[in-house]
Write a protein that binds this ligand. Structure first.
Ligand code: UD1
Length: 364
């Protein structure tokens, strides 16, 4: 079975790592990695391949940044040429970024089978580019690998055949458990952030990059007011995404001196910090899941989530994006007893194993 495993942006890399590792166990599978180049800075891309113990991609498409149309189109043009040359039996796409949409549409039009890992998640918010990417990819995929039961329910409601939907668990959590096991004390001491982590017993960890949170001055100011208030109570460690950095400079945003800014961190170093945080504050999809898997309180600075299981069973609290609601969620996150939370079903580190079992049984 000739497979192209496609990824383009930071959150994709964590998802393809366990799928690739598992592919190596099957001699009948030839799995090649395609990096679309949607993310390209060392911090945003190569650092992840190193941390995740991935080989260099077999193909790098060099798409780069641009408007949604430009970026998506560039990926489509080069990925089409690659598919024509490589003639894969299957492409695997993960998550919900522009690369996911671009590669799935190209493959399907060339009559190549498409498997979507992390299918069926819905925020029901079409102002979110990722929601459009999810819906388009799911409209045309052949295999739907879902991480939580809401994903299967959404797909069934959208008319997908039940036998194409496979509840396999979460490859993001496969990667997380693998990485937690490799984080050893000696090595962690060398991280540049080790000193600051040691200095503070109680700290919050923050990530923020959604266009809806950072692209408009009024929204970003409202959130930063909340963060400045929280920082009076607890220091905040904040690796800053390039999009967010640009906006902070443009809006000349003033953050408390108790908010410590870093360049984007690699996977391991980021995990090294947030796994011991009192609370994680984020608008990322992946961190909502990862904090639930490790039982760390999470405050999600968004109005909605496509990952409801993290709220129903896990440690996640949907905070909204207003100052008061964020402060309220922060206090609630600190006061809830940790033993009330559960790790969702099949988030057990074996999702990639289940995916390959199904793909091999189907004899594509
Ligand atoms: C993308 C994904 C988002 C994901 C996020 C994780 C889409 C629609 N969005 O958003 O779902 O959560 O990645 O990071 O696919 N930039 C750099 N260096 C890089 C990459 C980007 O400086 O390596 C800068 C560019 O100026 C770019 C901006 O960051 O314009 C935003 O990058 P882009 O890939 O357009 O979207 P993200 O916000 O990263």
């Amino acid at each position: 079975m000739k497979v192209l495993l496609s990824a383009g942006a930071r959150p994709n890399f964590m998802k393809i790592a366990p799928i690739y590792r598992e592919a190596l166990k099957h001699r009948q599978v030839q799995c090649k990695i395609v990096h679309t180049g949607q993310h390209y800075d060392y911090d945003m891309s190569e650092a992840f391949f190193e941390d995740l113990e991935m080989p260099r991609p077999d193909f790098f498409l060099n798409a780069g940044s641009g408007t949604h149309a430009v970026q998506t189109a560039k990926i489509m043009v080069t990925f089409e040429e690659l598919c024509r040359n490589e003639k894969p039996d299957l492409i695997i796409v993960v998550g919900d970024v522009n690369s996911t949409l671009a590669c799935s549409v190209v493959a399907k039009k060339l009559l190549i089978k498409v498997a979507h890992v992390e299918a069926g998640l819905r925020s029901f918010d079409l102002a979110m580019p990722e929601e459009i990417n999810r819906m388009v990819t799911d409209a045309i995929s052949d295999f739907f690998f879902v991480t939580e039961e809401s994903g299967a329910a959404n797909l069934i409601r959208e008319g997908k055949p039940k036998n194409h939907i496979h509840f396999v668990g979460n490859v993001m959590i496969d990667n997380l458990f693998y990485q937690v096991a490799t984080l050893n004390g000696d090595m962690s001491e060398h991280f540049p952030t080790a000193k600051i982590k040691k200095k503070f017993k109680n700290y919050a960890f923050l990530t923020l990059h959604r266009p809806s949170n950072v692209d408009k001055r009024s929204e970003f100011t409202e959130i930063s007011d909340a963060l400045n208030s929280i920082a009076e109570e607890m220091p905040i460690l904040f690796p800053v995404h390039p999009r967010t950095k640009k906006r902070m400079d443009e809006f000349n945003l003033k953050l408390s001196k108790n908010i410590f800014l870093f360049s984007p961190l690699g996977f391991k170093e980021s995990l090294f910090i947030w796994k011991d945080a009192k609370v994680v504050m984020t608008d990322s999809g992946g961190l909502q899941e990862e904090t639930t898997a490790l039982g760390i309180p999470c405050v999600t600075i968004r109005e909605n989530t496509e990952r409801p299981i993290t709220i129903d069973m896990g440690t996640n609290i949907l905070a909204g994006t207003k100052k008061e609601s964020i402060l309220e969620a922060f206090e609630k996150a600190l006061s809830r007893p940790r033993n009330r939370f559960k790790v969702p079903p099949k988030w057990d580190g074996k999702a990639a194993e289940r995916i390959w079992k199904i793909l091999l049984e189907k004899q594509i």
